[in-house]
Design a protein around this ligand. Structure first.
Ligand code: ADP
Length: 235
């Protein structure tokens, strides 16, 4: 539990599923990201239970604490200077050497390996849910889909459901596992395509049909054949 009087709010960083995210300071020194949770956007009790576990790993965006006594609920987390991985790839993609693209994939793998080792299923791994710090280290974030209260997001036929990152068993039977997280390593495809959208010109419904029939993403332009073989194995 963090005392909100110890937080100072600075500029707005972005806006997500749950509400606004701002840069702030904790006790006047530590820079932090503060997420305000919109009323009714989250299963709060479940979130608080889960937050007690406090997953901690250098490749996961660290949760520092929560402010529970007032509304909106605040989540205080590690501040990541370079923002979300997807925008980072779109802005810097061409300037990133292959070795860097590889090391970003490795970062995501290490974070995800830790989640699996602790029996935690992410359910929404995607470049938009990874963040990049000032040393260009990529960390996995937003392990929060479990607590979302928006049907458009949680139902596989909903408009916000991450269809293009989901395996057939999730699309058809909502069967989540660490293996479905492995499928979402579509992130590797996003990294090697410099932030393209997977199945760009296809609708969600078309993608469900394509994936079910065994169709897969093409080799992104920055990936060599052996690298493509790795992402392909994840699908
Ligand atoms: P939600 O999970 O509610 O959809 P996000 O976590 O994606 O929201 O946050 C929205 C935006 O806020 C991100 O795209 C990113 O630009 C910014 N942001 C979120 N968390 C951080 C953080 N820890 N450090 C820096 N920027 C962040």
């Amino acid at each position: 539990e963090i005392n909100p009087s110890e937080l100072t709010f600075m500029k707005e960083l972005g806006c997500g599923q749950f509400g606004v995210v701002r840069l702030g300071k904790w006790r006047d020194q530590q820079r932090v990201a503060i997420k305000s949770i919109r009323e009714g956007a989250m299963y709060e009790e479940d979130f608080v239970e889960e937050a007690k576990v406090m997953l901690c790993h250098p490749k996961l965006v660290q949760l520092y604490g929560v402010c529970l006594k007032h509304r909106p609920l605040l989540i205080v987390a590690e501040f990541m200077d370079n923002g979300c991985l997807l925008n980072y790839l779109r802005q810097k993609g061409g300037a990133l050497k292959e070795a860097w693209l590889m090391s970003m994939c490795q970062d995501v793998c290490e974070g995800m390996e830790y989640l699996e080792a602790h029996s935690f299923i992410h359910r929404d791994l995607a470049a938009r849910n990874c963040l990049v710090n000032k040393n260009n280290v990529v960390k996995v974030s937003d392990f929060g889909m479990t607590y979302v209260l928006d049907n458009q997001y949680t139902s596989s036929s909903g408009a916000k459901f991450p269809v293009k990152w989901s395996p057939p068993e999730v699309l058809h039977y909502s069967k989540y596992s660490s293996k479905s997280d492995v499928w979402s390593f579509v992130v590797m495809w996003e990294i090697f395509s410099e932030g393209r959208t997977p199945f760009e010109s296809r609708s969600n419904l078309e993608v469900v049909n394509d994936i079910t029939r065994g169709m897969r993403l093409y080799r992104p332009h920055r990936a060599s054949q052996p690298l493509y073989a790795i992402m392909y194995r994840c699908w």
